[in-house]
Each structure stands twice: as structure tokens, then as C-alpha cells.
Write a protein that binds this ligand. Structure first.
Ligand SMILES: [Zn+2]
Length: 61
């Protein structure tokens, strides 16, 4: 898997790699590395918003 122009340091291409420690992203151009986050952040935020819309807390007690 290749993420084009997502390197925060040089805007190069990040490649998804994995070793014994787990998955991580590595920049092909400058060698920058960072942990690969598997959390679907967008889905998490979405469920929070819809929860609020119900107004369940307001009717408690
Ligand atoms: Zn880079």
C-alpha cells in the first residue's frame, strides 16, 4: 500500500510496512517513519454525534 504525498516532512510517498513490532508507515523519499493507526476515526466521531442528537440524558430521572 502506498500513500502518495502524505509525508509531513517532505511531502513524499509513505509506504505501509510491517515487522515484528507491528505496522508502520515509512517515507520512501526521506526515511521518515510513524506508527500506522488502524482506528477508523471518522466512524467514531459519527457515532458520537448521533448519540447526542437523541437527547437521552435530558430525560433521565
Ligand atoms: Zn518524507
Amino acid at each position: 500500500m502506498l500513500l502518495l504525498k502524505t509525508c509531513p516532512r517532505c511531502h513524499g510517498d509513505l509506504q505501509l510496512r510491517s515487522d515484528m513490532a507491528g505496522k508502520y508507515l515509512s517515507c520512501i523519499q526521506c526515511g521518515y517513519t510513524r506508527d500506522y493507526l488502524r482506528k477508523p476515526v471518522m466512524t467514531e466521531e459519527k457515532s458520537k454525534v448521533s448519540d447526542r442528537g437523541k437527547g437521552v440524558e435530558a430525560g433521565a430521572v
